[in-house]
Design a protein around this ligand. Structure first.
Ligand SMILES: C[S@@+](CC[C@H](N)C(=O)[O-])C[C@H]1O[C@@H](n2cnc3c(N)ncnc32)[C@H](O)[C@@H]1O
Length: 262
């Protein structure tokens, strides 16, 4: 039997307990309404776009853009009717004059090499008066579950610059949007208790991400990388157990959520 790919595992194990609740909060925040044209940048397997489509019913339109063809393949398989496009956030694949009422970027900005260019593209994609929402996790200094898991991995791999938590500074996020010319920029921290019942897949995905972001992991061949991931999963079990309540695991997770309008 073929092992599931990272995007398939992401969709299977992370989206419902973790990314969907934040997608719901974000779309509440931009007050999505009937007929809106929505652009989901760094859509991954597409949860923000899918929740937008659920809320819009038959009205409006939804486009999802991501640089990864593998993430988009899962997005297409799950929701074939949405308009998924491969492209970079700093050079969006949009038609001449194509504009949106709402632009959302959930947990993508921290990965973009040129954040100023990406935010300028968000603004260009918005119609006048349109709303943008950008979410970036707070630093893992504030998220004990992920901080402790990183420390376990670092014992084997050395220091890891975890990009996922690399843009936790709300002031920097606000400044980025203001400098791009957005109006009414506001940023708040949103914390939620995340609950999941399958610990091992969660640990495996997190270990895959940490190995992939480490300098040591980048030098590994496939066989060694798979072995090291499994070793880190086993060594992470005591951390997981600290967050166990009955038959479920639960941890606090915090994000910046910046909103603005054009
Ligand atoms: C943590 S995932 C978030 C996916 C999705 N927004 C969600 O909430 O589940 C980050 C995504 O950013 C995408 N990404 C990274 N760099 C990108 C870039 N320069 N342009 C577009 N997408 C990018 C990755 O391929 C990945 O799908």
């Amino acid at each position: 039997m073929n092992q599931a790919s990272f995007p398939e595992m992401y969709e299977r194990w992370l989206v419902a307990p973790l990314f969907r609740p934040y997608a719901e909060i974000t779309l509440d925040e931009v007050r999505l309404s009937n007929g809106d044209r929505v652009l989901d940048i760094a859509c991954g397997t597409g949860i923000v776009a899918r929740v937008a489509r659920e809320r819009l019913g038959d009205s409006g339109s939804v486009v999802g853009v991501d640089v990864s063809p593998d993430m988009l393949a899962v997005a297409r398989a799950v929701a074939p009717s949405i308009d998924w496009r491969e492209g970079d956030a700093s050079a969006l694949p949009l038609g001449d004059g194509e504009q949106f009422d709402v632009v959302v970027c959930q947990q993508g900005l921290q990965f973009f090499p040129d954040k100023a260019a990406a935010v300028a593209q968000m603004r260009r994609a918005l119609a006048k008066g349109g709303r943008v929402a950008v979410a970036t996790w707070r630093s893992d200094d504030e998220i004990p579950f992920f901080r402790q898991l990183r420390r376990v991995a670092e014992q084997r791999l050395g220091n890891i610059a975890d990009q996922r938590y690399s843009y936790g500074d709300a002031t920097a996020l606000e400044a980025l949007l203001r400098h791009a010319g957005f109006l009414d920029v506001q940023c708040r921290t949103i914390s939620r208790s995340i609950r999941f019942d399958a610990g091992t897949p969660f640990l495996r995905l997190n270990s895959m991400a940490l190995v992939g972001m480490s300098a040591a992991g980048k030098q590994m061949g496939d066989v060694e990388r798979i072995r090291v991931v499994e070793e880190i999963v086993a060594e992470s079990v005591p951390v997981l157990q600290q967050f166990e309540t009955g038959s479920v695991f639960a941890f606090e997770l915090s994000t910046n959520l910046a909103t603005a309008r054009r």
